[in-house]
Design a protein around this ligand. Sequence first.
Ligand code: GLN
Length: 504
Amino acid sequence: MNQNRLTNMSVKELSELLGSGEISSAGLTAAFLSNMTLKEREINAFITPTARLALEGAARADRMRREAKETGGEVSSFCGIPYALKDNLAVRGVPLTCASEMLRDFVPDYSSAVYEKLDGAGAVLLGKTNLDEFAMGSFCERSIAGPTRNPLDPGRSPGGSSGGSAAAVAAGEAPFALGSDTGGSARQPAAFCGLVSIKPTYGLVSRRGMAELASSLDTVCPICRTVEDCASVLTLLAGRDQGDMTTFDGAASFEEGLDGGVGGMRIGVVPPSLLDGCSPGVLRALDRAAEKLAKLGARIEEADLPLGMALEIYLIVASAEASSNLARFDGLRFGLGGEGKSAADRMRDARARGFGDEVKRRIVTGTYALSSTYGGGYYRKVKAAQNAVCRETEEILSRCGAVLLPTASGPAFRVGRYASDPNALYKSDRYTTVANLTGCPAVQIPGGGEDGMPVGITLMGKKRSDALLLRAAYALEQEIMTDVRKETGRDGGNTVWDVLRHGK
Ligand code: GLN
């Protein structure tokens, strides 16, 4: 089969081809590896490609499928499917850098829970993807590996911090990837690259073996071409894990009932005052989505989410937790070894050389917020404010099954645009952080295009409503797809952005 076609297929399509024996995992993996060779020089999605492991994994998957066929046994639909992993998720024996000088030489002797599940299913790891150092950022430029570029326009950012994972999927270098989302890091890059991602309810997917940014906000997320693929990856990853006591068992399957529609559902839309600064393309995408949801039988009403408060609280909580999590890198026990006579000298040296500017900035502000000298109960007040945001959001989400909002205020910005303006970059997270602060699930789907690039929209719901949310996102995705097919006169393509891009 034509290699180009294979590398643009959804996981579902590839799984069917593997199941029917039309393709082998060895062939499929080779197709993705050769696409990586072709594209990596420009895109730089991967920090550590794992080609040898991938070929071994593919051979093992082909064996698993053969044996299952002979014995009448069953294999996972992921058996033989290649994928990429953000480089803050551990795989035993493979470098785990978090894009930081601090961990440049670190090779873990343990694996993350999500890797274990994928490996157990026979999925094939293609490599570890680029990110902003320790997942702090929204553009994938703060990395020891240099910036990742957006495959849809290499002059633009793929978003971040999971920019490498999103770029790998959009470039056809992997059919799906895992990212992490602490304040928007999977949803925003998915939006910038025309892809789908779900930030699950906090605790639905185990964080064991993920390098922490802010432990109370961190989530592991699929980044895929379609809602259906996201649902099937989530089904594989979800569930209780002894190694992460915040986990719980979710639905047995997130694919089941995906086509149940949104009839009778109440869906909130944010008031115009919260959309200040959004580009015309984002506003158009929101209007169209609301109109489609209404047409599908949902009742639309206004929902005034506390977005501004959420962003400000997020910045303090995330920095405070990061400062505490990163304290372990002390030049003595973990990470880069420090040089100097005293322990204090060695610590100073390792942390000065090991961390980039943004990481240092957050350690300083986070430590400050936590310090007892700074107003004593300052952090307690921040947590009280977080509780107020949670209450307000829960109240809205007990009325509405979902709230529709932008993922970002515009399409992907140019590489380098925010290089010297961290404050402006923080503000770009204003639509995403509320889901992390409240622990709620949120699904990003492509909502349309602008300026030759995709723009994303998000549906957010109450805790543990992941299945319902995916159902609504699926209905909306299908409806938008029908719309853009009509608009462009193109039949093929498996994503909204594919149709828009090739339809002109
Ligand atoms: N962009 C946000 C930040 O810089 C989110 C990071 C994340 O989700 N990992 O904090």
